[in-house]
Design a protein around this ligand. Structure first.
Ligand SMILES: [Zn+2]
Length: 121
């Protein structure tokens, strides 16, 4: 039996005290969120990757769009709350239908028993 594959984490820059995205190397095995296909397995390799143009441009873009990230985060929180309410409503409907189905099955069983007893008369 195969063991489940371990999916490496994805690296994203952290936010400093000024609210800017900055690189902070990690010693975990991870891919970089900039789109690089390399699997980094140490701070040295990750630090070297931080100096590449594709990674530097990605961090610059993240910082240019950081205000959008906040508004998107707020939008997704609201969407999540709405979807949780919808899921809860759907769950209540399912529970109601399950109770109704059990009641109908009981009625059906009683009807069959009664019909069977009447057929013996
Ligand atoms: Zn990168």
């Amino acid at each position: 039996m195969n063991s489940p594959a371990i999916i490496p984490e994805v690296y994203y820059p952290t936010i400093d005290t000024m609210g800017n995205y900055v690189d902070k190397p990690s010693n975990k095995q991870m891919h970089c969120g900039c789109g690089s296909k390399t699997l980094f397995d140490g701070t040295t390799k990750l630090r070297q990757h931080f100096k590449t143009n594709i990674h530097r441009e990605w961090v610059i873009l993240l910082n240019l769009e950081k205000n959008n990230h906040l508004s998107e985060s707020i939008k997704y929180k609201s969407l999540c709350t709405t979807q949780q309410k919808i899921i809860q409503q759907q769950q209540q409907k399912i529970t109601t239908y399950e109770v109704s189905m059990e009641q109908m099955q009981t009625k059906m069983r009683l009807y069959r028993e009664e019909t069977f007893i009447n057929s013996l008369d």
